[in-house]
Ligand binder design. Structure first.
Ligand code: NAD
Length: 252
């Protein structure tokens, strides 16, 4: 049906939330998909949800904070599909939701390891494949916390600012190699991660919700529409952009 009929996408954190919604959105366009997640149960759930679309989808269990796991998911995707055309570099965790001085070193390392190092490893290994084949598209998941300061998400915010830094750098370094890379900066979106955060931090969460001009959370399907567009050839002249999708939160 579309230009993207036989393309291949890798989605990290594909077992839940934004990753799962993007998987379904891409499957609607006939794109084959490699689902990467640390949780076998979550990853397999997405594979089951993709069945009705008749695409070729595989699950690869990996912890994105481990460089060897990242190399493995890239290698296994190429072994299976022969290529990687699209990369949704998305796996992430929210962190403890406390003032920064109250973080333990382990909590800081965990958030940085998954959200920032995991993203960097993914870009490095996927880029090697895309450079060999002469192009591809990447979308990195940043956050409104990558654009503005918000209390209690210090490490998370640092990683999401970092994601924007690597997005802009790669956009400049590889623009003439057929690669376009962008970042999305979602506001609070109704995924399992946020539902858990709401349970753990009810007061903080209420403040966040009240600060959204549209007075509602984003829906994963809304984010998926944007990501699918940015990954497609229709967005090939959009490069190095950071696109807020936040009900107006960062416009204030
Ligand atoms: P989610 O918890 O629903 O999904 C995240 C997925 O990542 C899960 O399936 C989880 O198992 C997987 N994962 C966690 N650690 C991993 C690891 N080390 N290796 C591989 N997989 C791992 O969360 P979500 O809301 O869909 O978040 C996805 C991304 O969007 C994250 O980077 C998050 O920071 C970002 N984000 C979310 C929101 C929001 O409000 N939901 C807003 C802005 C940005």
């Amino acid at each position: 049906m579309s230009e993207t009929k036989s393309k291949v996408a890798v989605i990290t954190g594909g077992g839940s939330g934004l990753g799962q919604s993007v998987a379904i959105k891409l499957a609607e366009s006939g794109i084959n998909i490699s689902i990467v997640d640390i949780s076998e149960k979550a990853g397999q759930e997405t594979i089951t949800l993709l069945k009705p679309y008749g695409i070729n989808a595989i699950f690869i269990q990996a912890d994105v904070s481990r460089a060897e796991d990242v190399k493995t998911y890239v290698d296994r995707t190429v072994e299976h599909f022969g290529t990687i055309d699209m990369f949704f570099n998305n796996a992430g965790i929210s962190g403890p939701g406390t003032l920064f001085a109250e973080n333990t070193i382990e909590q800081i390392n965990q958030v940085v390891g998954i959200n920032l190092l995991g993203g960097l490893y993914g870009i490095k290994y996927v880029l090697e494949v895309m450079l060999k084949q002469g192009g591809g598209s990447i979308v990195n998941t940043s956050s409104t916390a990558g654009l503005v300061g918000q209390a209690t998400v210090g490490s998370y915010s640092a990683t999401k600012h970092g994601v924007i830094g690597i997005t802009r750098t790669i956009a400049v370094e590889y623009a003439d190699k057929g690669i376009h890379i962008n970042a999305i900066a979602p506001g609070t979106t109704e995924t399992p991660m946020v539902r858990q955060y709401r349970l753990d931090n009810p007061e903080t969460f209420q403040t966040v919700e009240n600060a959204i001009p549209q007075r509602r959370l984003g829906q994963p399907e809304e984010i998926a529409d944007l990501v699918a567009f940015l990954l497609s050839d229709r967005a090939r002249y959009i490069n190095g952009a950071v696109i807020p999708i936040d009900g107006g939160f960062t416009a204030q």
